[in-house]
Design a protein around this ligand. Structure first.
Ligand code: ACM
Ligand code: ZN
Length: 748
């Protein structure tokens, strides 16, 4: 009996230790990967040897995943050695062969990133400990690869923040930008000013909270619910919030440091500072605490006492955060109070400042001197350019409409970090293009000189959390975007490929499934939002996520796990609206895709009277709003002939365009139009709306189809934007390739 028992145990042990390795599939894609033949069976209690004391935390980090003990030695199952090569911060060499795992780094960050690679080389199945033979030489493209988390709009616990840091580490993001205070909540204990957290960390439920609660109900989505554990009763009030003690902060910084992550705090000022000015009113201009036209009352830049307050706060921040770079914020400052305040007026007179923008620049520069005196470098949102940028501050570019910001800053020799809202704002809803657009974003790819490129430190995703009240929702908004961001920041341009990335995503989703991460299943492919067919169509749905199931409905009802399961292409013979939903292996639903297949006979062409000229007619209206249908109600500014659907050269500022004419299509058939715009646009062909890309938004492409008979069809594009903008109309071929519309197709 005993013998059999031992045999079973031995077999189980063998089974649990040995297995085939998973194919090498790492995100972000390493610099050089040479795969070998065979695998190394990691023992159950491996000896993790490190060559110096400073590497012990990295060894322990690996031990958290693979077990075993960490010793200072040059011999072990895993050996991490520090020497001069490779020199780049975060770079590492990793070799796995019969002898085990050998890692060589030149700094701690390299050890932390190498550990992340080993974790991704372990099979997804936790009982399988086969590591593939491989030789990796890896280094990051950018020094700065960050994620910003806003903990003001909703509070996340220490454990939740740590979980997020685990994800950053897993994907080699090495900067955690902690947006730790804002109008809606002050989240860090400041010993000199206790009211900041005693009162400023708690609020009555606000409009965002009510909207979240509404979505939780309407969308039947508990991830939007306000967490009752983050409420407390205070007299007759129920307050919502929370904060980190200074001990919590130290714990989080230590946790990040072990994972090779620098924590950059941001105490946003002089605006977004309501939690401070309401609890210490001397910080604001006299008699003006609350909301202005656009944003909240800022710090009184004329008051020495207010500025002292700001410096006192940062003095405590410097004690808690060792990272050299510290973020002052300085975005979105309401300047109406400054225009009315006598102290601000005096400050402006004394310093010969002509505009409120230059007063803001004065404030930022004064704070920067304080930062520098404390051995810190100042980072600010790109508004710190307005009114004059110092020679040393780093700008964080977010306003995609402030197109020149990075050019101006880097031409002056300042460093820049790229977080343009159109790809890097992870609070924006994900759609079919968001992952791909982010993946293809090149932080240095915008006519920068080589000198300017060197000043671009890297890239960051920003998660603003107004509508992210839970950690589950946070995971949903950030995953898998973090994977694409990681590759933008880490992988060399020539080793980046969207199609190859898509091949590597499923293995990661498998890992995230095992970790119970509430990631958003990438969009289904194989159809447009609106499709047209003449006789029949075949809908062939493709999914990146192999482990997920697709269910669908055709009756307008949101699919459940009990709805018909999609297993093979469907032939469509009548106009049908489909809703497809993906379900993760644990049965939870991800987003729903709606697609309409419309049966259409080709629209007859027209024969306009009189001779036609080449090109289209573009009318420019002085429109500053958010709706295509309103454009032609504004004052007419000018009239142009254009050879393509585009913004005419001379048109800028308040743009409302009404572009009209004809499109001359060469044959009967279904035409697929892609309309890309920033902000809104609409396309009509023969009076029918083909693309609706209306509303204020960052660059966004919407595709639509229409069946057309050979010949001329009336065409109309409406478009609006304020400040810059983008407009492009293209054709999409059956195989998905984009082609420009030939100029000679356009007439008017
Ligand atoms: C920002 O999004 N206000 C930096
Ligand atoms: Zn003032």
């Amino acid at each position: 009996m005993k013998k059999i028992y031992l045999l079973v145990v031995a077999m189980f042990a063998m089974f649990s230790c040995s297995g085939e390795p998973d194919p090498v599939s790492i995100i972000p894609q390493p610099h050089i990967v040479i795969e070998g033949k065979g695998s190394y069976q990691l023992p159950n209690n491996p000896v993790i040897a490190v060559s110096s004391d400073e590497l012990i935390p990295a060894g322990e980090l690996l031990a958290l995943k693979i077990g075993g003990e960490v010793i200072k030695s040059t011999e072990g199952d895993v050996v991490i050695t520090i020497n001069q090569n490779p020199a780049k911060k975060g770079a590492y060499l990793l070799d796995i062969d019969d002898n085990g795992v050998a890692i060589v780094v030149s700094n701690y960050q390299g050890a932390a990133t190498a550990v992340a690679s080993v974790m991704q080389l372990l099979p997804v199945e936790p009982t399988n400990r086969a590591l593939p033979f491989v030789s990796i030489e890896d280094e990051p493209r950018f020094d700065y690869r960050g994620l910003m988390l806003d903990v003001s709009r909703h509070f996340y616990s220490v454990e939740e923040v740590k979980k997020m840091l685990d994800y950053l580490h897993m994907y080699k993001l090495n900067k955690f930008h902690w947006h730790i205070t804002d109008d809606q909540g002050w989240r860090i204990e400041i010993k000199k000013y206790p009211l900041l957290t005693e009162k400023g960390a708690w609020r009555k439920l606000n409009g965002h909270d009510r909207e979240c609660a509404k979505r939780a109900e309407l969308e039947n989505n508990p991830d939007y619910a306000i967490d009752p554990n983050k409420m407390r009763i205070n007299g007759t009030d129920t307050l919502y919030g929370g904060f980190y003690t200074q001990e919590d902060v130290k714990e989080i910084v230590a946790y990040a440091t072990q994972r090779g992550i620098d924590v950059m705090p941001e105490i946003d000022m002089p605006g977004h500072f309501l939690a401070a000015v309401t609890n210490y009113p001397f910080v604001a201009c006299e008699g003006s605490v609350g909301w202005g036209e656009m944003f909240s009352s800022p710090v009184c830049a004329g008051s020495d006492q207010a500025i002292e307050f700001c410096k006192d706060v940062y003095a405590e921040i410097f004690e808690l955060f060792p990272y050299e770079y510290v973020h002052l914020g300085a975005d979105e400052v309401e300047k109406t109070n400054w225009k009315q305040c006598k102290d601000c007026a005096k400050r402006m007179r004394d310093n010969r400042l002509k505009t409120p923008e230059s007063l803001q620049a004065w404030f930022v520069k004064d704070m920067e001197k304080f930062f520098n005196a404390n051995g810190r470098k100042l980072v600010g949102w790109d508004e710190i350019l307005e009114g004059g940028l110092s020679e040393t501050a780093t700008i964080m570019w977010w306003r995609s409409w402030a197109k020149d910001a990075v050019h101006v800053a880097t031409a002056q020799g300042n460093e820049a970090i790229m977080t343009p809202n159109f790809v890097c704002y992870f609070d924006y809803m994900q759609d079919v293009n968001s992952l791909k657009n982010l993946y293809n974003y090149d932080p240095t790819g915008n006519d920068f000189t080589p000198e300017q490129q060197k000043l671009i430190q890297g890239v960051q995703g920003n998660v603003w959390c107004e509508y992210i009240p839970s950690f589950d929702r946070l995971e949903y908004m950030t995953m898998p975007r973090i994977l694409a961001l990681a590759e933008v920041g880490w992988s060399a341009l020539d080793s980046k490929s969207w199609t190859d990335f898509l091949e590597r995503v499923p293995a990661q989703l498998g890992r995230l499934d095992k970790m119970s991460v509430n990631y958003r299943v990438p969009d289904l492919m194989g159809f447009y939002k609106s499709n047209v067919f003449i006789d029949t169509a075949v809908i062939d749905v493709k999914s990146v996520a192999k482990g997920t199931r697709i269910h669908y409905t055709t009756d307008g009802v949101v699919p459940t796990i009990n709805s018909p399961r999609y297993t093979k292409p469907i032939t469509v013979t009548e106009t049908t609206e489909f809703q497809f939903a993906t379900f993760r292996p644990d049965g939870t639903r991800s987003d729903v895709s709606t697609t309409v297949y419309t049966k259409q006979t080709p629209i007859a062409s027209v024969k306009p009277d009189g001779a036609l000229k080449n090109g289209l007619k573009a009318m420019w209206y002085n429109y500053r709003g958010g709706k295509c249908s309103e454009i032609t109600g504004a004052k007419l500014f000018g009239e142009y002939t254009v050879s393509a659907v585009a913004i005419p050269e001379k048109v800028s500022g308040n743009i409302g365009l009404d572009i009209t004419g004809y499109i001359n299509v060469p044959a009967d058939g279904i035409y697929t139009f892609s309309l890309l715009s920033d902000d809104g646009s609409q396309l009509y062909v023969s009076g029918a709306e083909v693309v609706n890309n209306d509303g204020p938004h960052a660059p966004r492409e919407v595709i639509g189809q229409v069946a057309l008979a050979k010949g001329l069809h009336p065409l109309r594009v409406l478009y609006f934007d304020h400040n810059g903008g983008q407009l492009q109309l293209q054709l999409v071929e059956k195989d998905g390739t984009y082609i420009s519309i030939p100029e000679n197709w356009y007439k008017h």
